[in-house]
Design a protein around this ligand. Structure first.
Ligand code: 13P
Length: 250
């Protein structure tokens, strides 16, 4: 039985003050979450504040991106080694906003995945199709291409220490959620694709759903056989809402 995991992706939101009150709210309510593992990914500049505040709690800290380089003349970038100074556990790699707004290719995402693992952190690899790709019947092709970029460069064994997030782009920030069956179909496809290379790893890897997941729909999504939790954007900015989603994973 896979443990559920719910991770908040705060994206480019918040201030020192609003993040402090969000953290207080999460810490106050986290005892109401029983079995689900929980993490939050703040903007980099608040990482120190967040990791200090969460020290000693069951809530893990992560980030939303990382450089594919080790160090050096890469203005504006953050290396995996730096994240380790803050007790980070998770790194979101290949979020659709990184792919589609900042032009990250499958190859760059694969390098970020490799670097994250080499540095001892856990990548949360995001995959997902655009609306036009879904409408053209290409969802599985797109998701497979995104997965294969990582499988081909890191090998299937790397997935024994990674998380996958299926985030249909048309559901992100739109209020339009994939139906539980739509999510399940793609999650099952992802698991079957991995199983072609290693059935044991496929059975073990956590596959999160992301895209307008909220307190009111989390339970029905996570109830699906291959949905192991959520990667949450907007609803993770409210402590009560986020905790409701976390409890849905119990
Ligand atoms: P929303 O929950 O705001 O749709 O965002 C999902 C997401 O992109 C999480 O990474």
């Amino acid at each position: 039985m896979r443990q559920s995991l719910v991770v908040g992706n705060w994206k480019m939101n918040g201030s020192a003050a609003s993040i402090q009150s969000l953290l207080e709210g999460i810490k106050q309510g986290i005892a109401t979450v029983n079995k689900t593992a929980v993490g939050v990914c703040p903007p980099y500049v608040y990482l120190s504040q967040v990791s200090t505040s969460l020290a000693g709690t069951p809530v893990a800290c992560g980030v939303q991106n990382v450089s594919e380089q080790d160090s050096g003349a890469y203005t504006g970038e953050i290396a995996v080694s730096m994240l380790k100074d803050f007790g980070c556990r998770y790194v979101i790699v290949g979020h659709s906003e990184r792919r589609n707004i900042y032009g990250e290719t499958d190859e760059v995402v694969a390098k970020k995945f490799t670097k994250t693992q080499a540095g001892g952190l856990i990548p949360i690899l995001c995959v997902g199709e655009l609306l036009e790709e879904r409408e053209a019947g290409n969802t599985e092709n797109v998701v497979q291409r995104q997965l294969d970029a990582v499988l081909n460069s890191s090998g299937v064994a790397a997935l024994s220490n990674a998380v996958i997030a299926y985030e249909p782009v048309w559901a992100i920030g739109t209020g339009k959620t994939a139906s539980p069956q739509q999510a399940q179909d793609v999650h099952a496809f992802i698991r079957q694709h991995i199983a072609k290379q290693d059935a044991a790893i496929a059975a073990k890897v956590q596959i999160l759903y992301g895209g307008s997941m909220k307190g009111s729909n989390a339970a029905e999504l996570i109830a699906m056989a291959d949905v192991d939790g959520g990667l949450i954007g907007g609803a993770a900015l409210n402590a009560e809402e986020f905790l409701t989603i976390c409890r849905a994973g119990d």
